[in-house]
Design a protein around this ligand. Structure first.
Ligand SMILES: [Zn+2]
Length: 46
């Protein structure tokens, strides 16, 4: 069965994965973040 509702598609997107450590990234309002909190915290110069 094919879902034609694009909103339904976005709701079923898999969670993002951190390219640094492979951890799942918890979806937040600041969704432009590409890495998990753990890796981001190590980048103090960012
Ligand atoms: Zn990470």
């Amino acid at each position: 069965m094919q879902t034609k509702n694009p909103l339904e598609f976005f709701r079923t997107l898999p969670p993002k994965q951190c390219p640094e450590c492979g951890d799942q990234i918890t979806e937040q309002a600041e969704s432009y973040l590409m890495e998990c909190d753990h890796c981001l915290s190590k980048r103090e110069d960012y």
